[in-house]
Design a protein around this ligand. Structure first.
Ligand code: SF4
Length: 414
């Protein structure tokens, strides 16, 4: 629903884990992989933890800018999907030997189209396979058009304690351009209901850089959103994605291309406005007030383990239960029906496993950690690079040293 992580210019932000780069070695089993072996397997030296991302792949309508892994179908077999999500969550938690789940994020697609019963069942499956602490952050992405009071109250009763609402804009003309299903009035109502049910734990997504959008209209829209939002805002610069209706209109000349300088100004204006309003700019695209940082998304940026459940979901974990002892990038089968068949026959729909080399892991630590205002701590670096310190890599003459001299990179005691 919202602009997502690794693929958009402004976001490795959102709770949609994904993206595997070139040049990686094939994992122990590229292509569909098999059920866990019953033989004795190595165990993690310390109790393993992970965040869990659950992908709901369906939407009611295609937004004009969207190239996420989502499907618009006449009817969804929710019972079958639910049972596969439960089973895959159990299988992957078993394979990873994860003992404690730090957070859960339901993304999509439009997970607010799922019934609260499905959300509760998946959470129960997770809690049955690993410890899910009572206070763990459980976020659900909601579209304003599927966020009525009974619906959101149902999600709360199911165990959701944080809501991320795909507002995108509070201007009806912009919402039409984006192909959104909702109006500005519906977005306002949804956020108001969410704030009553999830006080201090409601986030909104906004998109800027629409074709024809001016600095003034963006600034006014942001002010309107500020009056509405709770404690967390995610800002995404529109990315024109190949194959989308909006990109075709812009590239075909029917709509203007947003100038890069204007986009940069919009971002800087938003940053200044939000910081002045008391928000902490804790990640490139994310702003939080009163400490309401998304712990789930922080786990991606801190390069912690995460498990991706559902069609097209991505994960990063050590598959101890498959005899693995290295961190892998894993991707589940994209298409929901094919994914369900694989889960039904093998317990999970992992399509691709890639063992990440130490260098690739450090590249992820750097690329993700440097998106945050906390940066990369010595402890985190040491976890991935026990023998080569930050000073040994960045404190020596070379490109990184030049960046420090120019003030773009800071290497300090933390
Ligand atoms: S709601 Fe729109 S943006 Fe979100 S996944 Fe569905 S089609 Fe894409």
């Amino acid at each position: 629903m919202a602009a997502w992580g690794w693929r958009t210019a402004a976001v490795i932000a959102a709770a949609r884990p994904g993206g595997s780069g070139p040049g990686r070695r094939p994992g122990p089993g590229s292509g569909p992989t098999s059920e866990p072996a019953p033989e004795p397997v190595p165990e993690p030296a310390t109790p393993a933890t992970a965040a869990v991302y659950v992908h709901w792949p369906y939407c009611r309508k295609r937004c004009s800018y969207c190239n996420f892994n989502k499907y618009v179908v006449p009817a969804v077999d929710e019972a079958a999907l639910r049972s596969c999500l439960e089973r895959e969550a159990r299988t992957l938690l078993h394979l990873s030997r994860v003992q404690s789940v730090t957070s859960v994020f339901f993304g999509g697609g439009t997970p607010s189209l799922a019934s609260p019963h499905t959300i509760a069942a998946v959470l129960e499956a997770i809690a049955g396979a690993a410890h899910l602490p009572a206070g763990a952050e459980v976020t659900l992405e909601a579209n304003p058009s599927s966020a009525s009071t009974p619906c959101l109250a149902g999600f709360k009763a199911a165990g959701v304690n944080r809501l991320s609402i795909g507002v995108q804009s509070l201007d009806d003309a912009e919402l039409r351009l984006l192909g959104r299903e909702h109006t500005a009035a519906e977005a306002r109502r949804a956020v108001e209901v969410a704030r009553r049910l999830f006080p201090g734990r409601t986030s909104i997504d906004l998109i800027f850089g629409l074709p024809g959008q001016s600095q003034d209209t963006w600034a006014q829209g942001l002010e309107a959103a500020l009056g509405l939002c709770d404690d967390h805002i995610s800002l995404y610069q529109l990315t024109l994605e190949r194959g989308t209706a909006l990109a075709a209109q812009v590239w075909g000349g029917a709509l203007p291309t947003p100038p890069q300088d204007l986009l940069a100004d919009m971002y800087q204006t938003a940053r200044a406005t939000l910081v002045a309003a008391g928000f902490r700019h804790y990640e490139v695209s994310n702003f939080a007030r009163k400490g309401a940082l998304s712990t789930h998304n922080l786990s991606y940026w801190r390069a912690e383990q995460y498990i991706g459940v559902g069609p097209g979901a991505h994960g990063r974990f050590v598959p101890w239960g498959e005899g693995g002892c290295s961190r892998e990038a894993r991707v589940q089968t994209l298409e929901p029906d094919a994914w369900m068949r694989e889960v039904q026959s093998r317990g999970h729909g992992t399509r691709r496993r890639v063992v990440l080399s130490p260098l690739e892991q450090l590249e992820e630590v750097l690329a993700l950690g440097l998106r945050t205002d906390e940066g990369i701590t010595r402890e985190r670096w040491g976890h991935f690079s026990p023998h080569l310190s930050l000073e040994a890599v960045f404190g020596v003459p070379g490109e990184a040293k030049n960046l420090q001299q120019q003030g773009w990179l800071v290497l300090d005691g933390r």
